[in-house]
Design a binder for this molecule. Structure first.
Ligand code: COD
Ligand code: ATP
Length: 327
């Protein structure tokens, strides 16, 4: 899984860039939304903040008066640090849960939109890091226009964060959003190409499919070479390359959790020691194509399976199933 970091200054255009990612099917975890949830009435974060800042920051309905709390923390660095310290554990675990949900769905690339990515030292978990930059004049104008605030209030908010010029020195990719929305979209299409580059081995390894391969394939325990070959072929399969003739996989034997079976596929006969494995585990059916460099014994048997043909009639199909036992 590739976790892309998206950050910038207040009102530099992170949400606008996030929306472009979403429009291209890449999910975004928005730290501002997570931060809002952990400050809802009755949550752990809410309780800590009320104890530290007092009931004065509450509305009649018990929710936090966000503009009021904003006024306090954006003009007082000590109070801001206190609020950050109180909420940081809730925000980071909230982000982790969102990432985990996307991991479970099998997402390969996700974007973390975190305004305080560097300040909260979350940048170490993300690669590449994208900084949305604007010149200070444009940033101030856009912030005042969007939030309807005075120049002083807007400047307080801008100064509450690490400077955008420093952030851009820490970036892998800088998006200059000083121009029009059209300019932004044009630049974004180049960024998208970089973000969608094929996953590295490490990124694949921490993705759901990669982790399951390493975690449950009994052959994997026998050495890195085997699962690396498997991953290679899965990646190729995703790119639609060599295994186009394979049929949907169904095991010819019933597999229990953790057990495995193999069926030699007609389309891959050229891989002399290749086979499909299917795994029935509680949530997923995992199919892998493995190429084994060594085998110590193998047994072959004929199996037949009832299948519907194109006219909808049931007929028996025969399969040659080969078990390959590794040393
Ligand atoms: C102070 C609060 C109540 C003000 O709420 P409000 O609805 O007015 O603003 P909102 O949450 O939409 O934030 C707007 C922007 O302010 C900036 N910002 C928010 N909190 C901080 C902070 N502690 N330090 C610096 N900048 C901040 C971010 O760029 C954010 O995008 C709220 O921002 C908050 O709870 N902040 C602390 C949590 C936090 O760190 N949020 C950032 C997510 S990493
Ligand atoms: N290229 C652009 N041209 C004109 N307006 C823009 C451009 N990019 C963003 N904006 C506007 O600037 C304002 C700030 O943008 P946006 O909300 O995306 O910033 P942000 O970095 O997400 O802000 P925050 O830190 O407060 O969450 C919005 O009103 C948005 O519509």
């Amino acid at each position: 899984m590739r976790i892309v970091g998206l950050t910038g200054g207040i009102s530099s255009g992170k949400s606008t860039v996030s929306n472009l990612f979403k429009a291209h099917g890449i999910p975004v975890v928005d730290a501002d939304i997570v931060a809002r949830n952990v400050l809802k009435k009755g949550t752990g974060g809410w309780r800590k903040v009320v104890v530290a800042f007092g009931d004065d920051i509450l509305l009649d309905n018990g929710e936090v008066d966000r503009p009021k709390l904003g006024q306090i923390v954006f003009t007082n660095p000590d109070k801001r640090q206190l609020l950050n310290r109180l909420l940081a554990p809730y925000i980071s675990s909230g982000i982790f849960v969102e990432v985990l949900k996307l991991w479970m769905k099998g997402c390969k690339i996700i974007v973390l939109d975190v305004p305080l990515l560097f300040e909260a030292k979350m940048d170490k978990w993300t690669k590449p890091i994208i900084v949305v930059w604007v010149d200070s004049h444009t940033q101030l104008e856009r912030l005042m226009a969007r939030d309807g605030t005075t120049e002083e209030e807007a400047k307080n908010k801008i100064n509450a964060q690490m400077s955008l010029d420093l952030k851009r020195t820490k970036a892998d990719i800088v998006i200059d959003n000083t121009g029009s929305l059209e300019d932004l979209k044009e630049h974004f299409s180049e960024v998208l190409i970089q973000v969608k580059k094929p996953l590295t081995w490490i990124e694949f390894g921490i993705s759901r499919d990669g982790a399951l391969l390493v975690g449950i394939d009994p052959k994997c325990a026998r050495g890195g070479l085997i699962w690396k070959l498997e991953m290679f072929i899965l990646l190729k399969t995703e790119a639609g390359l060599p295994i186009t003739r394979s049929r949907p996989l169904e095991s010819t034997e019933k597999c229990g959790p953790g057990s495995w079976s193999q069926r030699v596929q007609p389309g891959i006969d050229s891989f002399t020691s290749g086979w499909w494995s299917t795994f029935d585990i509680p949530c997923w059916k995992l199919c892998t194509l493995s190429v084994c460099p060594k085998k110590s014994s193998s047994e072959e048997k004929e199996t037949s399976l009832q299948e519907e043909n194109e006219e909808g009639k049931t007929e028996a199909r025969r399969f040659s199933t080969r078990r390959i036992n590794l040393r």
